[in-house]
Design a protein around this ligand. Sequence first.
Ligand code: PEP
Ligand code: MN
Length: 357
Amino acid sequence: MELIDKIKSSLRPFLIAGPCSAESEEQVHSLITSIAKNTPTQLIRAGIWKPRTRPNSFEGKGDVALKWLVDAGKSVNLPTAVEVANQHHVEAAIEAGIDVLWIGARTTVNPFTVQEIADVLAGTNIPVMIKNPVNPDLELWIGAFERLEKAGINQLVAVHRGFSYYNHLKYRNVPQWEIPISLKERKPEIPIICDPSHIAGNRQLIPVIAQKAMDLNFDGLMIESHLNPETALSDANQQITPFVLKKIIEELVIRRHDISPSVEEKLAEMREKIAILDDRVFEMLSARMKISAEVGNFKRENHITILQQEHWMQIIAKRLETLNELGLTERFVRKVMDEIHQESIRHQTKVMNPGHG
Ligand code: PEP
Ligand code: MN
């Protein structure tokens, strides 16, 4: 069965697992045997050529490791995937019998390299997974899909691995979920896999990110696994044993996304109520801004400044008094009030200084 059909027909999550890097023949065999025995993994991943930030880090075992992976995959009857970043990688991986290729985040950023890979792939029917570029640029990600599509590759899968920021406190790569969600809207036929390992950068966050991906209806997960994570030659902080992987997958709550008619009806009713309330919220905001404009007129006639700091502090304080009663958080109320205030100032400025609005 083709990879796309497999992903689409599989119970969610379609699971891809394996080491960050293939380190030795023994490591690849023992790990893959354990993954196959203990987890519901359907595709094995391993890095053979590793794109490292600084030189002198472990850069992967290279071509020799392809056979380790292919043999280990065969021994447990699972297909295998490797990262490719140039023409040689693609040719060597296909020649060795690797089933699926993926383009890493550091490669998706570079249209020349993506084009080089697309050109070598023309005429093959090998499935390719494309990770998002390191920077949050949806068009660049879509461009990579288009280059492969133009080369006739039609088994394409997206992998969301988060976006790079300097010194982010929580994530190694910030998820910015709105970007993969937009990708789904633009390319609904492409299955989408989440890679919680590279988003998290640590073991602890993996379950929460995996759950979030399931709640956002992602098709699958790609998770790095190692028998002795602490000793891994790359990405040691984020790798987990097959046993931990098994537990994380078992504990995921998979919510339905196909809706039965009676559930749909009830949901439609609730959504209608929300739509009516949203209409009212905006009608009221519009009425409020009209009064702001009147206030602007009045201030102009009386030569009063727009911003009356004390008055504004009182308004905020009054709003914060009713937080609990209304069941709203302080952060939300402050944000909404700030936006209302800014908009109100814009309306007043328009009447006070026509042409400056
Ligand atoms: C990887 O999957 O090991 C990898 C290098 O990931 P990314 O391209 O997302 O950084
Ligand atoms: Mn890695």
